[in-house]
Design a protein around this ligand. Structure first.
Ligand code: ADE
Ligand code: ZN
Ligand code: ZN
Length: 258
């Protein structure tokens, strides 16, 4: 996602944090966050261009080979040089584990920077919900598929990261991202209320496949926008609910005592 997508995921998550999680999150946030998780949820995108942080670039996505939607962690979670666990699901696992080892008693690992770990985790749980961040190596998650979004030349990945949300904010939400977020929050308590617990607990090894078919060179406009926007809004909601669920588990104080 772009800035707005990440902000939305984290804003939605904030509203579902338990008291315990909220207290610890606020302690870990950098001063620049102003006490708001959402304000640092794009940090991982801002830093990846610096030399020091280059190694984090592959942590934003995971792709499957041969245009087949059959993700396997061991086969697919690596960077282009073949380093293992260097992908978005590996990063979520790693940064979750860092928090658990620090807060849940066993093996306190003071060597971890838990502020960074929190900002990475919040970002990558968002990214893994962007359908093209779990894409195909053959088109780099849609990055090599050139399309037009209305009159503007762009690529399919960027359409899903940014353009659909941008257009929705402008067209339906009075150019106010907060209104879009409120609308998604209302859907969570109304239309999707029965689905929330199935989002929080992954009971089955479900595979969700992106079916975003857009022909290279095509122009995407109202038809595409209006049919895909509901998918984007649902993915932002799922990202927020699941980020809250992860943080609530990590920072639950009862487990610490047990
Ligand atoms: N680079 C290669 N694959 C990618 C993906 N799925 N998302 C973002 N950047 C990528
Ligand atoms: Zn992206
Ligand atoms: Zn990212």
């Amino acid at each position: 996602w772009g800035k707005d997508g990440h902000y939305a995921v984290c804003k939605i998550a904030e509203a579902y944090l338990t008291e315990d999680a909220l207290v610890t999150v606020k302690e870990l946030l950098p001063d620049s966050a102003g006490g708001e998780l959402a304000s640092v949820c794009s940090w991982a995108d801002d830093i990846k261009w610096y030399y020091k942080w280059h190694w984090t670039s592959p942590l934003h996505y995971v792709d499957t080979p041969d245009f087949k939607c059959n993700y396997q962690y061991c086969r697919d979670c690596h960077d282009s040089a073949g380093h293992k666990d260097s992908c978005v699901t590996g990063a979520i696992f790693n940064y979750t584990k860092q928090h658990f080892s620090a807060y849940q008693g066993y093996d306190p690992q003071l060597k971890y920077n838990l502020t960074e770990a929190l900002m990475f985790l919040a970002h990558f749980v968002g990214d893994v919900h962007q359908p093209l961040h779990v894409g195909f190596t053959g088109d780099l998650g849609g990055n090599t598929i050139t399309v037009r979004w209305y009159h503007r030349k762009t690529n399919l990945h960027h359409v899903w990261d940014t353009m659909i949300i941008d257009s929705a904010v402008k067209t339906f939400y009075g150019s106010d991202l907060a209104i879009m977020i409120q609308t998604i929050q209302r859907n969570i308590t109304d239309a999707w209320s029965n689905d929330i617990s199935s989002w929080e607990y992954c009971e089955y090894n479900q595979t969700v496949c992106p079916n975003l078919n857009a022909t290279p060179g095509s122009t995407l406009e109202d038809d595409y926008f209006l049919s895909r926007l509901p998918i984007v809004e649902k993915r932002l909601a799922q990202g927020g609910i699941r980020l809250a669920a992860v943080l609530n588990r990590i920072f639950a104080s009862e487990v610490k005592i047990a």
